[in-house]
Design a protein around this ligand. Structure first.
Ligand code: PMP
Length: 397
């Protein structure tokens, strides 16, 4: 039977990694991959995580299942982290959390939940969005539409067009929003713009699904949650998918959370029961280790202090690189053209480089990025910055 199966092309980012690994140019730079890198080009294990793991090794007494929703203590911590410890939503007991295998796992739970319980709903995603959003909804059998987000001509957020497109959303449809650090563009909504989105959601009756994969990587842990908290407090129903891959550096441990906010406690319990069914059909129980690490950190004042400091260091390094990058392009006469890089948030930036310029950077300078011109800012360091800026100046001539 397998003889009729066709080979499909691999993920373009993985192809980029292969090409980078094979490149013998000692000056090569990888700006494609979507993980945080420190100044030495490493994706480190946080000290808070290492210490939590040492404690867990000594303390853990069982490897039994943790249940479809994961560890309830972990769930409580994530609800506070995402919605705020004083959240009126938590006070009203109208939110629940389900531990999932990564932000991706949480998104798949959301997609299956929508497919099962809201079969008429379409999901609206930003144009552009993280490509896996489309794959996840397609795999779950949920139709998608898109709304304008980035103006390609000016490489900026096109909020007016976004609002105009969202006027077309039917009541009962789902609108996927990036809480912060929009992937791939780096363009985030301002507080005022979030308020407009909340008004529109109320007016149109659409259900926001907020993907929160980078809490703490934009402006800060609390600041990045502005839109999530606003919508959860103002609207009766919101879905949130959170990831601990970036902010706890737990990528391969696969830790994410699906948060469902309902109009009241009773409806939340109904929704929660449906999420358990969806989780069971996918993987039964989530992996425990990542959640146990985060719970251990958040239950220790000392480990929480380490974690907050390390998270701040990662965020500040990215921010400093953004400014250094724009400053280094100024002598090349490109300061204005790339000024948006200092304004964008999170690891990713739309540079505005064309696919042809991206190809030249790869072929002539061994600088690797995806063809949309998206770069991972954390892939730069002080040593590689001058070479990178010279190469960009050459391909922009
Ligand atoms: N959403 C967005 C926008 C992302 O960029 C990512 C990671 N690249 C995820 C979700 C999922 O992250 P993970 O499954 O690794 O937690």
């Amino acid at each position: 039977m397998f003889e009729q199966i066709e080979r499909v092309p691999g993920d373009p980012i993985l192809g980029l990694i292969d090409a980078f690994n094979q490149d013998v140019n000692p000056s090569k730079i990888d700006l494609g991959v979507g993980v945080y890198r420190d100044a030495q080009g490493h994706t480190p294990i946080l000290r808070a995580v290492k210490e939590a793991e040492a404690l867990l090794l000594a303390r853990e007494t069982t490897k039994s299942y943790i249940g479809s929703h994961g560890d309830p203590q972990y769930g409580q911590h994530l609800l506070s982290l995402v919605l705020g410890s004083q959240s009126p939503v938590l006070e009203a007991k109208r939110a629940c959390a389900t531990q999932a295998p990564g932000g991706t796992g949480a998104l798949r739970l959301a997609a299956d939940f929508i497919h099962k319980t809201l079969p008429q709903a379409k999901v609206w995603v930003s144009r552009p969005t993280w490509p896996n959003h489309l794959s996840i909804f397609e795999a779950a059998g949920v139709p998608t539409r898109d709304y304008a987000y980035v103006d390609a001509a000016t490489n900026s957020l096109d909020f007016e067009s976004m609002l105009a497109d969202l006027q077309e959303v039917a009541a009962g449809d789902v609108v996927l929003l990036h809480a912060c650090c929009h992937n791939p563009s780096g363009f985030d909504l301002s507080e005022h713009q979030w308020q407009k989105i909340a008004d529109l959601a109320e007016d149109k009756g659409f259900l926001p699904l907020i993907d929160f994969a980078y809490q703490g990587f934009g402006l800060g842990l609390e600041e990045d949650a502005y839109g999530v908290r606003l919508l959860a407090e103002r609207l009766p129903e919101v879905i949130i998918t959170s990831s601990c891959s970036k902010n706890f550096g737990l990528y391969r441990e696969r830790l994410g959370t699906l948060i469902m906010v309902a109009a009241n406690h009773d409806q939340m319990q109904n929704v929660k029961s449906q999420v358990a069914v969806v989780a069971r059909a996918n993987y039964s129980n989530p992996p425990a280790h990542g959640g146990a690490i985060v719970t251990t950190i958040l239950e220790s004042t000392e480990l929480t202090a380490y974690w907050l400091q390390e998270l701040d260091e990662m965020r500040t390094r990215i921010l400093d690189l953004r400014h250094a990058f724009v400053n280094a392009l100024k002598p090349q006469g490109l300061g204005d053209k790339f000024a948006c890089i200092a304004e964008q948030k999170g690891m990713f930036s739309y540079t505005g480089l064309t696919p042809e310029q991206v190809d030249r950077l790869r072929d002539e300078y061994s600088i690797y990025m995806v063809r949309s011109g998206r770069i991972n800012i954390a892939g730069i360091n002080d040593q590689t910055l001058p070479y990178l800026c010279q190469a960009i100046a050459k391909v922009c001539q």
